[in-house]
Design a protein around this ligand. Structure first.
Ligand SMILES: Cc1cc2nc3c(=O)[nH]c(=O)nc-3n(C[C@H](O)[C@H](O)[C@H](O)COP(=O)(O)O)c2cc1C
Length: 240
């Protein structure tokens, strides 16, 4: 089973995203998946021009020449897509949205009703279905910060004819590295991410129990704000 994962943090290997994604991928490998990890920042992905050439002039082929041409076949072959990211302005980082916009050549210029809703039929390999996993972390403390992103990712799943297999959501994700430095145990979060990687390969979805462990409170909100604001004050060139 092929699993294609995108680390969509511009901080790449130093990201909080990688703290969750890496054990998840280890678990998937242990369960027998063939894993490929792509750092989105390393890809050249130009924005969609909205010209509809990929539908009307050169069916299935975009006029933009960049790394999306390498990614499209990989997407078609992978049963599981994993998108791991920091939350940016209540949603996915812009460079990932640009990649999603560029998947339009994988759809055909026809509108049909699928599952009671208007959709485009998909071309070739893109229509075979599969699963999508979301992994996200954010700076604010509350879990509901991910609500808009969840709605968006679930809508994308329907458009690309894939099943949403679950989400590993880590609020106050910026607390992870300082807590690890202080020796405060948060291994249960990473162990749950690893188990989730196995689960998605074995069962095709991530249990609510594991999702809850990954999202658990790491530190009370007032304490988190105190440490965060002291940190900003110490590091900032401006008076905050
Ligand atoms: C441009 C930008 C926008 C952000 N927007 C949000 C936001 O809307 N809500 C939030 O909780 N955190 C937000 N954050 C904080 C990041 O989600 C947080 O720092 C995260 O831990 C970074 O993860 P990474 O190390 O994987 O990149 C934002 C950060 C940046 C740089």
């Amino acid at each position: 089973m092929k699993l294609l994962a995108f680390n969509c943090s511009p901080r790449m290997t130093k990201s909080n995203t990688s703290l969750l994604l890496d054990p998840f991928l280890d678990g998937a490998r242990e369960a027998g998946a063939e894993v490929e990890l792509v750092y989105l920042r390393k890809l050249k992905v130009k924005p969609c021009l909205g010209c509809f050439s990929c539908w009307l002039k050169t069916p299935g082929t975009c006029v933009q020449k960049d790394d999306v041409a390498l990614i499209m076949p990989k997407l078609g072959e992978a049963e599981i897509w994993v998108f791991a990211m920091p939350l940016y302005v209540d949603g996915m980082p812009g460079h990932l949205k640009v990649l999603f916009d560029r998947l339009i050549p994988g759809a055909r210029p026809v509108i049909e009703v699928r599952d009671g809703h208007c959709r485009h039929p998909l071309r070739g390999n893109m229509k075979k279905g599969g699963k999508i996993v979301l992994i996200a972390n954010c700076g604010f403390w509350e879990l509901d910060n991910f609500d808009p992103l969840l709605v968006h990712m679930k809508a994308i799943c329907k458009n690309v004819n894939r099943e949403f297999a679950g989400a590993l959501l880590r609020p106050h994700g910026e607390a992870m590295r300082p807590m690890m430095k202080l020796g405060i145990a948060i291994d249960d979060v990473f162990d749950a991410a690893r188990e989730a990687g196995k689960e998605v390969v074995y069962k095709g979805k991530i249990s609510r129990e594991l999702q809850n462990i990954v999202s658990r409170e790491l530190i009370p909100r007032d304490m988190y704000l105190k440490f965060a604001n002291e940190g900003f004050k110490a590091l900032s060139a401006e008076k905050v």
